[in-house]
Design a protein around this ligand. Sequence first.
Ligand SMILES: Cc1cc2nc3c(=O)[nH]c(=O)nc-3n(C[C@H](O)[C@H](O)[C@H](O)COP(=O)(O)OP(=O)(O)OC[C@H]3O[C@@H](n4cnc5c(N)ncnc54)[C@H](O)[C@@H]3O)c2cc1C
Length: 478
Amino acid sequence: MDKIYTIGVIGGGVSGAVTALQLAKNGIESVLFEKEKSLVNGPPFCHLHAGGNLYPDISDEQAKVLMKQSIEMAKLFPQSIDVRPTFIGIPQSEKYAVETHIHRLKILVEHYKDLIKQDGSNKLLGDPEDYFTLYEKEALDKLKERPAVAFPKTTDEWLANAVKIIDYSTLKFPVIMVQEYGWNLFRLGAQAQLALEQTEKCRLKTDTSVTNIKDVRDQNLAHNWELDTDDEVYKVKYLVNSCGFKTGAFDDALHLQSERLIEFKAAYVSKWEAATGLLPELIFHGERGTPHGMAQLTPYCEGYYQIHGMTKDITLFENGLIESKAGAMQPKFSEDIEQKLAAGWTKQDINKRTENAIAFVSKFIPSFSSAVVAGPPLYGAQQIPGDDPSLRVGEVSFPQKSYARSEIVKASSALTVAQQIIEKMHEETLTSVVDTSIGENPLLKRISKSAIDHRASEFAVQRGYPAPLAQLLIERED
Ligand SMILES: Cc1cc2nc3c(=O)[nH]c(=O)nc-3n(C[C@H](O)[C@H](O)[C@H](O)COP(=O)(O)OP(=O)(O)OC[C@H]3O[C@@H](n4cnc5c(N)ncnc54)[C@H](O)[C@@H]3O)c2cc1C
């Protein structure tokens, strides 16, 4: 009780965990509270949005920021990145024009070149000229005749495996292959937790909920906040609220005004023995929220596939997107969604939605209809600051002295937010050193691949998922 921490971080999702890691890198002492048993255990992520190509509706500016932030996060957590490309097809029935997409891709190539010019270590997505490749129908017909490759190396090899199973007769041409990679949340969580367990600069309190915050800033004490947990009261000088979709709960407690949307979504786990070798991620664009929303098939090891379908009976939910109201900064979901968040899913719900998802993907990949349900969904609620549901780059705000509120939308924004918090603490003269270099974090660097493999598969199994979901398709050296 007498100890005063420089900073208290509430919430050990990707944002809180990366903040604690960057603080420790700068020699700043923190206490990190996570109510679950392990870190990065909130809403899932599987795709490194290095260009925002899954979001045709976002601005070029947001797409560029997503690319930069994704590269920065990939540098920090290389063992969580699955280096396999993404296939993008646009059905003929959809409003999206391939030309618009190509225009965006060209802008991204120039942006990627600039990033490499600024720092050679940014070259994580291959050569800029190979960032995307276009294929006409005749090229797909030829690739289809090639033998399957168990472990594809070139973009052509990845696509040759994919075209053997895709019904591309209904797609617009050209189709696109882009260097947006997979992102493994179990591996990122494992590396972050192992690194934080080994540093004296962070007191890691998993399985610990912060139940109340007391503002003592006007009492002229050596600390500004008192954080209640079941076992102890913690004193901190600076407070970071990185509670994910629950961020508004502490805004309500502190009588702070803020506007936000929160959205509940789920992705489904299936198993399927594909006739070909490894597949790229497969995207079939469609208008979000309509019965023909985007379909996304994400490959994992040993024949596991994760499915998103941006329709209301697959990934999205009736009343799944809700907003804060005057006097209630923390929105509240319907009973059914709150029940899923608190107690998990019924077997019936798991089967129904996963089967919907399998049928949805089978429209584009007919043989996928033989896939089976292979685990509970990966699900959760995420936050979107403000009132624009299409925002994909989240942010940090500093509504009061010594208080930061992190509201990232995509996991890739976590490092930017952490750096902004450290700069703000410096402005408030709470820290003397500020290392704004984004590069490596020595605490993460010293964690071995085998330690990550082991801890990540423990996380998957403890959370009820098949262990192969914690492995990369394409193994990386230590
Ligand atoms: C279905 C789905 C798919 C997604 N796919 C992608 C993707 O492919 N790529 C991508 O970049 N992003 C994706 N996202 C978004 C991504 O999941 C979020 O951006 C990210 O998880 C947000 O991280 P966070 O740390 O801000 O919040 P969270 O991960 O929600 O972390 C907040 C943490 O705070 C803890 N907490 C809350 N209250 C308290 C308290 N009182 N005391 C202690 N702890 C508390 C919670 O337990 C939680 O662990 C997806 C989201 C969903 C729902």
